[in-house]
Design a protein around this ligand. Structure first.
Ligand code: SF4
Length: 523
């Protein structure tokens, strides 16, 4: 396909912007390969760039090229910078992603956008390219929320070799919860959209054939129907709703039965809510399906903290550690996620959190500082409270902090009733330091079965801490740069630990006979 105003063949670039490049990525940015699949074949293979690996070289752009840039709030600054540069070089610049969906006008004003796509790109991206080539590009496209059956399978054949530790496959989009700090339920919706087990299993098999045995199930919430949801629908005599929930649950079990048929060296990781600990039938199915780990949002160890983030469905107090240990007892390792800086936090909350993280047998943990992300209830409340009195940094109001370079952004956004922002930052850093000190990491590495696996565990724990704690929390750029260098150095040998022998002849498992999950109807 030849561009009308140029003499060269139209080339499509898709870019994942990032300020930090580590040479190796932990998890593949799935959306890049999904949009590649959504690029119409007549335009050839798109050129994909993930800046978490290496910086994009603007000299590779020719006049008339089409560039898709996907942004979330954290990388919007770099994304806008790239868009402006590439537009100046004559490219057609199109933005998509959560941030562009929430602030389309900003992408036009700050990022040099010719067009912005809101919502899912799976279907509409092809239309955008065709319109652009036909000279009919619109400034705004609404991709909406496509159904599970319309999710694109990713073009894994375009993934650069030896670049990522984990591949990523999505099985469901959307989450029925409504946590105040999370925008997923508003952007992806509260009605879970599940892919068929056929679509998921074909992608997984394709990845295992080329040597990926570690796969992140990049879902908003892998456990979209809890036993509590089913019990409530039954109690309220909502027959249609009950049938729908049971059918969704059965689809989860069907998928897990098929994953269980895959080679035993496969390892999946996902993201679920704590309620899954009540559902040991589900946890056992996860274990059989090789789902060895899950990120669980614990957020706060106090009931007041959970109330503040609308997450009262989590456990606290004496129930919390046993609840989390249930995952481990049923073969699912937990990456626990905690938030610091809630108004209810006290200095002693930090010690209590790290003590709980150790007591609950968490395999990994992350400790993030409360950040108001656009699209969330917290952000709306914060912005409303600020009114027209928002502090300005470099003439940018603090409620548009993503328009500042990373090192100029505040570390804490909400004034805290008991602690200064610096105190919260230091205490958070100390919690990371304590949880990931060498003796603790070595103690936790006992979950590995061989010395080699234990050493791998230590390496990965250290890498995780360098990538996510020191680059995110450190205030001084020297510490950030040192951490980035360390992460680059650690990432290469770590990646090799995840490599597996290719299995080019691996067959797609068929559909096993349907069994159990309907037993729940009679409970
Ligand atoms: S934090 Fe997790 S459980 Fe809460 S709304 Fe977001 S995806 Fe759902």
């Amino acid at each position: 396909m030849w561009a009308k105003e140029g003499l060269h063949r139209v080339r499509v670039h898709i870019i994942n912007p990032s300020d930090l490049s580590f040479g190796i990525g932990v998890i593949t940015p799935r959306w890049l390969y999904v949009l590649a699949a959504a690029t119409p074949g007549e335009f050839g293979d798109p050129i994909l760039t993930d800046e978490t690996l290496e910086r994009f070289d603007p000299d590779t752009i020719q006049k008339g090229d089409i560039v898709g840039i996907g942004i979330h709030t954290a990388n919007a600054y770099r994304g806008f910078e790239l868009g402006r540069i590439l537009r100046e070089r004559g490219a057609w610049v199109v933005y998509g992603g959560i941030h562009a969906t929430l602030y389309p006008q900003e992408a036009h004003e700050r990022g040099g956008a010719h067009a912005v796509v809101r919502g899912d790109g799976d279907v509409v991206w092809g239309q955008v390219i065709r319109d652009c080539v036909a000279g009919q590009l619109q400034s705004d496209y609404d991709g909406g929320r496509v159904s599970g059956g319309e999710f694109r399978s990713a073009r894994w054949d375009l993934m650069p070799p030896k670049s990522y530790m984990w591949a990523s496959v999505q099985t469901v989009r959307g989450c029925p919860k409504h946590c105040s700090f999370c925008s997923v339920w508003r952007t992806d919706g509260q009605a879970p959209r599940q892919r068929t087990s056929d679509a998921v299993i074909h992608e997984v098999v394709q990845l295992r054939r080329v040597g990926y045995r570690f796969i992140a199930l990049a879902d908003d919430n892998f456990y979209p129907v809890s036993l509590g949801d089913i019990a409530l629908a039954r109690k309220q005599n909502k027959t249609a709703r009950l049938e729908e929930l049971i059918s969704m649950r059965e689809e989860r079990f069907e998928l897990m039965r098929r994953l269980a048929e895959l080679p035993s060296d496969m390892v999946f990781f996902t993201q679920i809510t704590m309620e899954a600990a009540e559902d040991t039938e589900f946890l056992d199915a996860m274990k059989r399906a090789h789902i060895r780990g899950a990120l669980v949002g614990i957020e706060s160890v106090t009931p007041e903290g959970l109330k503040e983030v609308y997450k009262q469905f989590n456990s606290t107090g004496a129930d919390l550690a046993p609840r989390l240990q249930t995952f481990r007892k049923h073969g699912v390792h937990v990456l626990g996620s905690f938030i610091f800086g809630l108004a209810t936090d006290k200095p002693e909350t930090f010690d209590a959190t790290v003590a709980l993280a150790k007591q609950a047998d968490l395999t990994f943990a992350q400790f993030v500082m409360m950040t108001p992300f656009p699209g969330t209830v917290d952000f709306e409340r914060w912005e409303k409270n600020l009114g027209d009195k928002a502090e300005r940094i470099d003439n940018v109001p603090v409620n548009r902090y993503w328009l500042l370079p990373g090192h100029r952004r505040p570390k804490l956004y909400f004034p805290h009733p008991k602690m200064s922002g610096e105190e919260i930052r230091q205490r958070t850093q100390a919690v990371w330091d304590e949880f990931y000190c060498t003796s603790e990491v070595w103690r936790r590495s006992k979950c590995a079965t061989s010395l080699k696996a234990r050493l791998a565990f230590v390496f990965i724990s250290k890498l995780y801490r360098q990538m996510y704690a020191n680059t995110g929390i450190a205030t001084d750029s020297a510490r950030r740069q040192t951490s980035t260098r360390w992460a680059r150095w650690l990432a290469r040998p770590c990646r090799r630990l995840f490599e597996a022998k290719a299995l080019p002849d691996l067959k797609v498992p068929g559909r096993p006979a349907t069994t159990p999950a309907f037993e729940i109807v009679g409970q």
